[in-house]
Design a protein around this ligand. Structure first.
Ligand SMILES: C[S@@+](CC[C@H](N)C(=O)[O-])C[C@H]1O[C@@H](n2cnc3c(N)ncnc32)[C@H](O)[C@@H]1O
Length: 360
């Protein structure tokens, strides 16, 4: 026995590596799930699983490795994305309602365009060292917004659009409204739907000139004869006047006092301002910090970003925004986290809807 030689050769560190091992294991597991889903979508697995199939059926249709196909299907089942049935003693896999509705490429509710965009978004993390070294990209807003609103149209019509317009349509002020403005309405689906629910309404979608070109396509698609566009920049241009309802959802002016003042000036007394925006809380939560970091990977060419995700220069916090609305002459009728509006079980984003009435 040579205790001393052993101790000198393998001295025990002061702390075990358990914490580090766990972090590495969990991040690796997250990445495995990410690439599993990415590949399943690329292989269009969910398009094939509208009808139940064995893993053998699927591997022969797609010419895939049979063992890996079976394990991929088992993993998707364990993630709760597909179901298992048994036929003639054989395991068959089939889409759940959610995967059939949201993950098939040709479904009207397909989320694949935004999911594909998030798969692309991870590339920024792959090249993080370059970004950290100062090669931040500048996003041209007149190119970025006309594209992103197509994905947002696709996403919101899956659920949030219906939940929002049904909520708005219950207000008596909406039922009697004649003129509505959707500030930074992008695709215009909110104005289009609200215009369908109140046919006496003339609805206008205000947005950047390059975006309203796209808005017009949506107006035409849904044959929305009572919806039109107003091209402008909410930091520079006025909205017009005599609106009974002004709606606004997720935009760089959504927490800006100057834009709120313009809304106030354009609204009739007794009219409603309904705004749905992200109001990030200052937390010490890990995903928040990572998302704040991602928010800082690039800058906009004309609107200054704040350092926290979804914030811009001169933004007010939720509490400040509410007090500012009251100071302008609004009575705040309701505020509600959007996850309650959409009846989701958990809050995924710090989004809040505010309903305020112009009282003086
Ligand atoms: C994230 S999208 C939201 C679209 C839509 N309101 C929704 O909730 O699905 C942000 C919108 O704000 C618009 N926007 C950004 N800056 C703007 C500005 N300075 N003036 C007018 N609209 C602007 C964009 O063009 C885009 O349509």
């Amino acid at each position: 026995m040579n205790d001393e030689k052993y101790r000198n050769s393998f001295p025990l560190p002061a702390e075990s590596p358990e914490k580090i091992d766990k972090i590495m294991l969990n991040t690796y597991f997250g990445a495995q799930k990410f690439y599993l889903l990415k590949t399943a979508l690329e292989l269009r697995i969910f398009d094939y699983l509208s009808d139940s199939k064995t893993s053998k059926d699927l591997s022969s249709i797609l010419d895939l490795d049979p063992v890996l196909t079976e394990l991929m299907l088992k993993s998707l089942y364990e993630l709760g994305i597909i179901s298992i049935t048994s036929k003639n003693g054989e395991t068959h896999y089939i889409n759940t309602f959610a995967s059939d509705n949201y993950l098939k490429m040709d479904s009207v509710y397909s989320k694949s365009p935004s999911i594909s965009a998030s798969f692309k978004g991870i590339d920024k993390w792959v090249n993080l060292s370059e970004i950290m070294n100062g090669s931040k990209s500048e996003v041209m807003e007149n190119v970025f917004f006309p594209e992103i609103i197509k994905r947002m149209a696709n996403d919101c019509k899956c659920w949030e659009l219906q939940k929002t317009v049904e909520y708005i349509s219950k207000f008596s002020e909406f039922k009697s409204a004649k003129k509505l403005l959707d500030v930074a309405g992008g695709h215009g689906l909110y104005a289009i739907s609200l215009g369908m629910l109140n046919e006496n309404l003339n609805a206008f979608v205000f947005d950047l000139p390059d975006v309203t070109i796209e808005t017009k396509k949506f107006i035409e698609k849904y044959d929305a004869k009572n919806v039109d566009t107003i091209a402008g920049n909410f930091f520079k241009d006025d909205f017009g006047e005599n609106f009974d309802i002004i709606f606004s959802s997720y935009n760089p002016g959504g927490k800006n006092p100057k834009v709120a003042k313009k809304v106030y000036n354009s609204l009739n007394t007794g009219g409603l301002f309904i705004t749905k925006q992200a109001f990030p809380k200052l937390t010490k939560n890990m995903p928040d910090t990572l998302n704040n970091m991602e928010w800082n990977f690039n800058s906009f060419n004309s609107t200054g970003k704040g350092s926290i995700r979804y914030t811009f220069e001169k933004d007010l916090t939720f509490e400040e925004y509410i007090s500012y609305l009251e100071k302008l002459g609004f009575e705040v009728l309701e505020t509600k986290p959007v996850y309650e509006l959409t009846e989701f079980k958990e809050e995924m984003f710090p989004n809040i809807i505010i309903v305020a009435k112009k009282i003086n």
